[in-house]
Design a protein around this ligand. Structure first.
Ligand code: ATP
Length: 217
């Protein structure tokens, strides 16, 4: 099985890394691909540039056994639609099981994704219940039908279309928004991101004065 954990990673934080490692362990995978959403099509533009987000992801993965940074989406100039990424991955790995990891907040927004039903025809989903987002069905009845297993073994035999919900994984209540807000308010982030990423952020003076911070003050 090839497993992905996608994100804007603006910046990558310990919540992402802890969650990705938990999925890797749970699925008993040697590696998991951390795929950068280079030009996210379904949300506001990232604060840090693509090259900075990519460097931070690479730096963070250097310290993490089995987490591999994936630049597939950085090579396209078009918006980073997951369906396009999966089509290219699928073309290179016909017949192989693929799993795409999502936090529950992202899962609830799935119906707003470009060609989201096609996404399901190209991959399995692994859903992580994030603190504060435990009603995974949201208001969309289409999502209810997708929540079909809590057992890893069910997913193993499934090439595409399976949805595995992992409720029992301890996640950190950390978000990139929280990291950016703290930085813009000149507060330390060493407990939220790896030290090497904190050093990179400081060195390049990222997130110094974001609009979010102005709102938060
Ligand atoms: P932002 O605050 O900018 O929206 P974010 O922290 O949610 O960012 P993203 O890069 O947008 O991070 O998220 C990538 C993926 O990681 C999503 O599927 C999201 O649900 C998941 N994720 C983010 N933070 C956590 C966390 N603390 N634990 C588990 N999953 C997380």
């Amino acid at each position: 099985m090839i497993c992905f954990f996608g994100g804007t990673f603006d910046p990558v934080h310990l919540g992402h890394l802890r969650a990705a490692q938990a999925v890797r362990a749970h699925l008993e995978l040697a590696s998991l691909r951390m795929i950068l959403s280079a030009r996210p099509g379904h949300r506001s533009a990232p604060v840090a540039s693509l090259s900075h987000r990519w460097r931070m992801l690479c730096i963070a993965c250097q310290e993490e056994v089995g987490l591999v940074p994936d630049d597939t989406e950085t090579k396209r100039s078009a918006p980073s639609y997951t369906v396009d990424t999966l089509l290219s991955i699928r073309a290179g790995h016909p017949g192989e099981a693929i799993a795409w990891t999502l936090g529950s907040d992202a899962f609830i927004g799935l119906p707003s994704w470009h060609r989201w039903r096609d996404v399901l025809s190209l991959t399995n989903l692994v859903i992580l219940a994030r603190p504060g987002v435990d009603d995974l069905t949201g208001s969309d009845p289409d999502l209810v039908n997708l929540l079909n297993t809590h057992r890893v073994d069910d997913l193993r035999g499934c090439t595409v279309g399976g949805v595995l919900v992992l409720n029992d994984i301890a996640l950190l209540d950390t978000s990139a928004t929280q990291v950016r807000e703290r930085l813009a308010n000149h507060r330390p982030v060493e407990t939220l991101v790896p030290p090497e990423v904190a050093a990179y952020i400081n060195e390049h003076d990222l997130y110094g004065d974001t609009g979010e911070a102005k709102k938060a003050v």
